[in-house]
Design a binder for this molecule. Sequence first.
Ligand code: ADP
Length: 588
Amino acid sequence: MISKDSSAEATIESELLERLSKQSVLSPIPVIATLSPIAFFASSYVSSSLWITWFALVTTMQLIRLLVLRKLPVMSQYTARQRLRVAAGVSLINGIAHGLSLAFFIYFSDFERAYLSIVLGGFSAIAVVTTAGYRPISLAYILPTLLPLALLWSLFPGSEHEPWVYYALSATIGIFYCPILVVLSGDTFTMFKGSFDSRSRQISLNNQLKTALRTAESASQSKARFLASASHDLRQPIHTLSLFVTSLGMRPLDSKSQTIVGHINEAISILANQLDSLLDVSKLDAGVIDIRPKVINIRHLVERLAKEYEAIAAEKGLAFQYECACDGAVETDELLLERIVRNLLENAIKYTDEGNIKVRLSLKADNYIIQVIDTGRGIPKQDLSKIFEEFYQVDNPERDRTKGLGLGLAIVKRMTSLLEIDLDLESEQGTGTCFTLSLTAANAIPEKATSARKISAPVRSWRDLSVLVIDDEESVRLAMQSILEEMGCTVKLTDSTQHAVQTATLEPVNIVLADFRLRGEDNGIQAIQAIRNIYPDMPALLISGDTDPKRIQDAAKANIELLHKPVKVELLVESMCKQLKLEPELIT
Ligand code: ADP
């Protein structure tokens, strides 16, 4: 079995082979150029066959060295250690070839000797650097060059200075310079290994991070996909059920049956609310919530909500106070802000068994502060940061879904950050809770509330309405028919774009209600657009159980209002009235 250490060593050795290969290209020309003056000096003292042979040898060795070092990294049939041994062999032969220049030493003048010494000393230092201090290779060059050089300086001292000068020079090379290079070699190789190790660690950490990031991204995508498809598949039957139960409730029933219908409706409504929360979270996470900021009167909004929730708090026997010391404007998305405040008020009432709820609006510096304060059960310290997480509930170990899903504050958190509203929480267990919203004041006058829509269609009663329903599921078609007929409308049922266009051309209709997903490639947007090609102003609603953000964008692009299944009958009626430009209270 290969141990971890030996495999790490093999990797370092392979890295070194790569480095030697890269650097080998740089040396031949400068080395040959540097050695040529030595051949030139020698030509004055020895026969030409001698100096030419030596010069040919060092030049050939440079080329052999280049070829071998370039080839070694790809010779994977041998271990890295074996290949390094070959490199050391080449270095030794190269060193010996350079060292042979010392045969001319005895003939050289002091100046020529000095040049030779500088060249061999310099090449030895370069050998330490280029081999990253790997001793088998660097010493294979240093020893056959520097040791004989040191010896020659003391054996054949020059005549231009006192002999001790030459002995000192010899000692400097042999006793100081050479050992320093040996020590330096070791240190350099240790540093090389260290830097290689830290680079490897860095690469492995980066890879781990990349893998973790990919896992997190794919987990988040599968969560979004799961939410989207689960909510689609659940919405479809709930939608049908809700329509059937509502239409059942419209029929003459005895009081016991009415009570049961009421209970079923209540359960469906809780379920629908929970699905809405899931849809909200998936929409917020997908970043497809459209913010529509406008300048609004903050006092009007808070006052309106306070009045509404005062009545709800009173039903639970809770006192309700509203304090407002200011009036002014903020620029924000009114609907989203309203949902945030509603959520906090609903929680305050839900989690307060006795005492009171207070809503306070104040102005601090340039910020409007909305506070929702209760004297309820409070939140334990250790849960304060967790309650903003999805599905986190403090006191619901049995996960009783009538107590909510634990998504309210997760939605509040996402919405406040979307609207750039500061959200603060203070709470003490057993004493109460205070949620604080801080909104930047706007230097503008609030927009006036839009005036009531005018009735433009000649429809006065549901009986005047002819509704075209497009849905490929029979149970949904029948449920829609049941509810719409119960309202008094005339209903035409179709299951595809082609069928819908045929029906609408034969007998004009007042409004189209289309399911998004139809059979095959067919879909509700296509169907509505095809009908609008014939009747450009045809009012229409798209009903979808799909929470895919793209669906929402497609519907918005096609200028079609999208309702999510299960659609509450009140919302369906309200949206139909909106599309038909009717006042709901005026229609009978
Ligand atoms: P849900 O109300 O559906 O459980 P939320 O996300 O709205 O989910 O709230 C998460 C948890 O935070 C709740 O289960 C509750 O324990 C706690 N909480 C929220 N608001 C209050 C409050 N005003 N007082 C006490 N506890 C609260």
